[in-house]
Design a protein around this ligand. Sequence first.
Ligand code: PFF
Length: 450
Amino acid sequence: MASNKRGMHGIWGSRWTFILAATGSAVGLGNIWKFPYITGENGGGAFVLMYLVCILVAGVPVMIAEVLLGRRGRMSPIHTMQAEAKEQQAPAVFSGIGWMGAVSGFFILSFYSVIAGWTLAYIGKMASGEFSGADADTAAASFSGLLADPWTLLGLHTLFMIMTGGVIARGVKHGLEDGVRLLMPLLFVMLIMLLGYAITTPGFVQGWNFLFSFDASKLNADSIVVALGHSFFTLSLGMGAIMTYGAYMPAEASLTRTIFTVAFLDTLVALVAGLIIFPIVFSNGLEPAAGPGLMFQTLPIAFGALPGGTLIGTAFFVLVAIAAWSSAISIAEPAVAWAVEKGVSRGRATFIVCLLAWLIGVGTVLSFNEWSEVTFLKGTFFDNLDFLTSNLMMPLGGMAIAIFVGWYMRREDAEGELNVADHRVFTVWRFMLRYLSPLAILLIFVKGLS
Ligand code: PFF
């Protein structure tokens, strides 16, 4: 039987609310902004295939393990991992999984909010009609103009952080349930519409081939690490976000089916975003490896060309901002939940967490202007935070979760919590968690970091 412990933070209304909330966490800037640009930087199809393999071999099994841990513990990841490590008599380092997650949460939220701020700016830019009939040069100039202005970026970063804090302070259930129920379906409809446009562009076949034709010569160790890191980032894994949402999941809901649904929806959104952006890239003679500006330099061209593009474009960036919003909330929730369990009021905990992340975010704001020449290790301040969280901390957290649930959690506890009718599903999952997932992560690390 799944444990029927109740937590102090409340329970989702139903399995579907969990799916929506977890999809709200998973689907965000990672899918629409980051996936296309890192695919562009890493040569296309071979990278996409690696990413899909990582989702299947490491992402999904770890996601199931993470939600399972959350639902058993019914507390913030820090407390859940402390309690579970003790109960399962695992070495003390495993109780630190929650702490590492909370630290990476601060780092991720700090830059996530800055980029989400760009999408807020684009809502205004779109609505003002700036892009009607715009060509590639206008779109590029508009984007670089935005990045060159640290005060505007700081203002937008602040606004987004306040929006995020506002929802978290109200409590995840009240703040989030209503929002995601309406907005996630809307985002899907919008993406499908844009896909319809992309299909009509002359570069569609080239875009399709770029995404789906496999050319092994384009693969290198670095891009494999990026693919692995992204599979964790996009599914919100390895840092406690999904564990926290698992803690609010009803005891009777089926974990495996639920998580397959979330992973499927997340992957679908990323691929559709790629299928929208790359045809526009090729139709306009743009560079697929344009980096973080890719989405902002391509989509306005599409909207500029579409009848009613001003309105559709505005609505689209509203939806991307909302997708980012529902993700940002889940990034901060583990640290806030921990502080609440420690007796701090929810409002005050939210304020402190958001303030800290905001401060670190200033470094990312400056990475695109004043400090753009200040590079070390992996590049700018932003590049380093991105690398540290996506490519190191999240996979490391995921590996620790896989090892903990695979090797230290008693079989009957894991099986009881997973609660699948078909015994074979459990056996396959446990095998993957014990061997395949940790080994894949380890191999990729060793190769990528050597
Ligand atoms: N999965 C989110 C995205 O793809 O945009 C980002 C994210 C959310 C990362 C929550 C980490 C996290 F805990």
